[in-house]
Design a protein. Structure first.
Length: 497
């Protein structure tokens, strides 16, 4: 935009005197030079005043819009510093290592289940009638010390049970005697059965021998009859030829008939021997059946006696158990520990079997921490992984990515990972202390103290960790552990001193 000369009028009476000479004229040229002139007086009658020399004044240059928004030197230096810091941060994020970890929260417990907090319950039904005076909440009790006494609801229950035991033992002895008698009867009947059967067998053998001898005679008599028949036929032919007399024929006929009668007699004897043998066998079977019936009857009585013995023994065992419960009316401490809750009172508080009496916290130095981690981190956690643990109430400064600079945390080792979740998608991890870095003693580290844990995983760059957290990706798998001593063996993170 072109700048034209501008005329500026001033009331210069105070500077040049009377205003008759007119106002002074100031001219601004293109080169920003200001020239001031005094015009001629308006009244021609008045004498003109001598002109003063013109004074040249150098004006300041005009401030344009780009010059008005221009940054100061301090602002430009600060911007350069920010840019330098941004470049350094990007380089540091790409170079600095970051120890990934799976974070979990939990509490301190005893590693052995038997040393964890226990609720002592009533072993029998009864009334609490004695609690030691020194038994108060927070008191230490050694193993076996009396905690309280319970008396049964029935006053003479002990005598009643002992009487029942005596009666059942007497009955049991009687049943055992009966069983012994039945057992002897079984042996006697079996012996009689065997003797009768053996005698019958002997008779059968005799009958068989007789039958055999008769059968052996049968062949001789048959041959004799055959010979007599042949002699008769030959004599008959000779008689017809009138060679022999009739007397000889009659003799041969008599001889044939006698042989036939003998043969028939032997056959009858054989039939009688067979019948006798069958009779002896039937007699043997009858004697065996009768003797076996007696044996089975005695055996049934013996089995019934054994059943009665078992029934009495079961009843006796039940009564003895009830009696032994009365011997457990004194509740004693199962382990060394501290009384945490003692809600029972003396003087009429009745309890039944299984009712809650008090809470005992066993004394133990074998502590562990149960942490609960997300299912997203569970596949990366294994037994033996290193863990950094921070206990509640213990001053600590934890840097999960740089465990070497952490202060106030303690080292641990994963002992186990539960095979199933707790119902909410959280998995329990049991952490135990290491020999190199023991945990605080029981005076400072008690069961139930809350704890935070970081299970150490792989090492990545800090930039990758930020990118992973923003995208919600799981941590990377740690490098495979090498049991050897080569250069590929994974180094454990540096622990704080």
């Amino acid at each position: 935009m072109e700048i034209t000369p501008k005329r500026i009028e001033h009331a210069s009476e105070a500077r040049y005197g009377n205003s008759a000479s007119g106002p002074s004229v100031t001219t601004l040229s293109r080169d920003s030079t200001v020239t001031t002139e005094t015009p001629r007086p308006l009244n021609p009658a008045a004498a003109p005043a001598p002109l003063r020399p013109t004074k040249m004044i150098q004006a300041r240059p005009l401030l344009t819009a780009p010059r008005l928004v221009h940054s100061t030197r301090q602002t430009r230096n600060f911007a350069a510093l920010l840019l330098l810091m941004l470049v350094i941060s990007i380089v540091a994020l790409s170079w600095l290592p970051w120890q990934q970890s799976a974070k979990g929260a939990g509490r301190v417990i005893a590693y052995r289940p038997g040393e964890r907090q226990q609720e002592i319950t009533s072993p029998v039904r009864g009334i609490v009638y004695d609690v030691p005076e020194n038994l108060v909440e927070g008191a230490f009790v050694p193993k076996g010390e009396l905690l309280l006494r319970i008396k049964p609801l029935a006053a003479d229950l002990t005598e009643q049970l002992e009487g029942q035991i005596r009666n059942l033992e007497t009955k049991l002895g009687t049943e055992k005697i009966k069983a012994s008698a039945y057992e002897k009867n079984i042996a006697a009947f079996e012996s009689a059965r065997d003797s009768a059967v053996e005698s019958a067998e002997q008779n059968i053998l005799a009958a068989e021998a007789k039958l055999t001898s008769k059968r052996e005679l049968l062949a001789g008599y048959e041959a004799k009859l055959k010979q007599a028949e042949a002699n008769y036929q030959r004599q008959l032919e000779l008689n017809r030829a009138r060679i022999t007399a009739d007397k000889d024929l009659e003799y041969r006929e008599l001889e044939r008939n006698f042989a036939r009668a003998e043969l028939e007699s032997v056959r009858k004897e054989i039939m009688q021997a067979e019948a006798e043998l069958a009779s002896k066998e039937a007699e043997r079977d009858q004697k065996r059946s009768e003797a076996q019936t007696k044996v089975e009857s005695a055996l049934a009585d013996y089995q019934a006696a054994l059943g009665e013995i078992a029934s009495v023994e079961n009843l006796l065992e039940d009564v003895k158990i009830r009696r032994s419960e009365l011997d457990r009316l004194e509740v004693r401490a199962p382990l060394d520990g501290y009384i945490q809750r003692l809600p029972v009172f003396v003087g009429g508080q009745s309890v039944k079997e299984g009712d809650y009496l008090l809470t005992l916290v066993p004394k133990t130095d074998n502590h562990a921490v149960e942490l609960y981690i997300r299912g997203n981190d569970m596949p990366l956690v294994h037994a033996g992984d290193h863990v950094r643990v921070q206990f509640e109430g213990w001053p600590a400064l934890q840097f999960s990515g740089w465990p070497s600079v952490a202060v106030g945390t303690f080292g641990g080792e994963v002992a186990l990972v539960d095979p199933s979740d707790d119902g909410t998608g959280q998995f329990r991890v049991m952490v135990r202390p290491t020999e190199e870095e023991p945990w605080p003693n029981e005076a400072y580290l008690r069961q139930g103290v809350r704890a935070n844990g970081w299970i150490m995983l792989g090492t990545v760059s800090l930039a990758y960790e930020i990118w992973r957290q923003l995208n919600g990706f799981p941590p990377v798998l740690p490098e495979a552990k090498d049991t050897g001593t080569g250069t590929d063996a994974v180094k454990k993170p540096k622990l704080p001193k």
